[in-house]
Design a protein around this ligand. Structure first.
Ligand code: DC
Length: 220
């Protein structure tokens, strides 16, 4: 039986960076489910698919993930879209289209299959509540919206056309609202998840804390 760790939380809480460090140290595969939603958003945008046509078009999207040198890459057909799904436009489109039930249904089986076949640390919004309700360990990772905006601002500061802090903060607040208030699989802490607030923690401290929780809970 594979071991499954679910890490959920809002945008910019550090889930992917921390999950990557933790999975490398503990020897798990890290699965970033947000990338799957982003790839669908890109597909919808590039093909100008209207909302009413989304359910019938998804079967043609051909979204898949591969692990290359231990790192997840996301594909639309044969095309590796892992890098071009990281723009603010796709972030917002993914937040919007991930609320559509047919999109969630389409990705549900893909995520469960990966978790069945591998020891995974899977991050997202509904992993502990919907995708892997029987996960061995569930973590809800969060930080204040202001702290998440500061971190994103620092990441982007040396890039051309860097948005200002206020713009980043308002994007984060809007995405939180979308993700928490959608009727299907909203972002929320599972009853049996451990809450980790990283507002005042460094990356290393956050990773250490999570490694301790996982090690403790998976001790056989
Ligand atoms: O984690 P991320 O920012 O790359 O995710 C992009 C969007 O996808 C996010 O706004 C919400 C959605 N998402 C989701 O609804 N469920 C998941 N398991 C992962 C992401």
């Amino acid at each position: 039986m594979s071991i499954n760790i679910a890490i959920d939380g809002p945008a910019g809480a550090g889930k992917s960076t921390i999950a990557r460090i933790v999975s490398a140290q503990l020897g798990y595969i890290y699965v970033d489910t947000g990338a799957l939603y982003r790839a669908i958003a890109l597909y919808i945008k590039e093909n100008n698919i209207t909302d009413e046509n989304i359910p019938s078009s998804l079967k043609n999207a051909d979204v898949s993930i591969k692990f290359i040198d231990g790192r997840q890459r996301v594909f639309l057909g044969d095309r590796d879209v892992s890098d071009i799904i990281r723009t603010p436009e796709i972030s917002m489109e993914a937040s919007r289209t991930s609320a559509i039930p047919s999109v969630r249904e389409y990705l549900f089986g893909t995520q469960q299959k990966i978790a069945r076949e591998n020891n995974v640390i899977m991050d997202g919004r509904d992993i502990g509540t919907v995708v892997l309700p029987d996960a061995d360990v569930k973590i809800f990772l969060t930080a204040s919206a202001e702290e998440r905006a500061v971190r994103r601002y620092k990441e982007l500061a040396d890039k051309p056309n860097c948005p200002c802090y206020e713009e980043i903060l308002s994007d984060i607040i809007e995405r939180d609202k979308n993700d928490m208030n959608r009727p299907v699989a909203p972002l929320k802490q599972a009853d049996d998840a451990v809450l980790v607030d990283t507002t005042n923690l460094t990356l290393e401290q956050s990773a250490d804390k999570i490694i301790k929780i996982i090690t403790e809970k998976t001790k056989r």
